[in-house]
Design a protein around this ligand. Structure first.
Ligand code: CIR
Length: 260
């Protein structure tokens, strides 16, 4: 069977605005520099486009400091899109801001109504199934609601755990192809990827785990040479994108786009 799990014709992104300096973060490691973040963001968008995809760039949303992290607002599948219900109260309004952009591309758009919560960063769609990590942002009720919605489109969901203290499930893993996962050792040790081929991030490079396979390229945060070398050694075409400013807000490569 052809592996289409990493083939995308489109992505939606949103440029960061001035309010991004007030974005959520687990620990304060400094205020993000907007100009540098914009340069990194432009490099990210250009790299997605280089693979032949159409990339929509939405304008900044000053009312929502974390709006650059569009991944958390929706799950995009071939059959339709599901609008999320973020567990972070300051982020819930981002969903309605994303809906019109998705309507340009999808006829079937469904919505997590609650009371549960779920964010896109906790969802990993592989060639076989949809893995959803329970986290501080995603609860069992949110996962149950998503499970019912996507069952209608033929997608099985498996609920898994996000390691304690880790923001999202995909903070610690990425899909490299239909059955190969890049993951931190701490996440892989939970057994959630048993049956998949797993490439571990190098020790001390756990922040490299949030990468994306987008068509011919793997986009990963710059500054993790051992992990980049492992991926190149395995035959992947890796692009390293500056992520220093998004990292101050616990964001990485996957958070910056919706891909479909
Ligand atoms: C947040 O805490 O919600 C943002 N500062 C970071 C979101 C990162 N999103 C993602 O991993 N999908």
């Amino acid at each position: 069977m052809t592996d289409r799990s990493f083939e995308f014709s489109r992505a939606i992104t949103r440029r960061p605005g001035h309010s991004v300096t007030r974005g959520l973060r687990a620990a304060d490691t400094g205020t993000p520099d907007l100009d540098l973040m914009l340069r990194h963001h432009a490099d990210y968008v250009a790299t997605l486009r280089e693979t032949g995809a159409e990339v929509v760039e939405l304008p900044p949303l000053e009312a929502f400091p974390d709006a650059v992290f569009v991944e958390d607002t929706a799950l995009c599948l071939p059959e339709g899109a599901v609008l999320m219900r973020p567990g972070a109260p300051t982020r819930q309004g981002e969903v309605a801001e994303m809906a019109p952009a998705l309507r340009d591309f999808y006829d079937d758009i469904r919505q997590i109504e609650g009371p549960g919560c779920i964010e896109g960063g906790d969802i990993l769609t592989t060639g076989r199934e949809i893995l959803v990590g329970r986290s501080a942002r995603t609860d069992a009720a949110g996962i149950a609601e998503l499970t019912a919605i996507v069952a209608d489109w033929g997608h099985p969901v498996r609920e898994v755990d996000t390691p304690p203290g880790v923001l999202h499930f995909k903070t610690d893993c990425s899909l490299l192809d239909g059955d190969t996962i890049l993951a931190t050792e701490r996440l892989a040790a939970t057994g959630c990827f048993d049956g998949y081929r797993v490439i571990h991030t190098a020790k001390g490079e756990e922040a490299a785990a949030n990468a994306i396979r987008f068509n011919s390229l793997v986009l990963m945060a710059a500054g993790f040479p051992l992990t980049a070398g492992r991926l190149r050694g395995d035959g992947y075409a890796v692009r390293e994108i500056g992520n220093s400013e998004c990292a101050k807000l616990d964001g990485g490569m996957s958070c910056l786009s919706l891909r479909f």
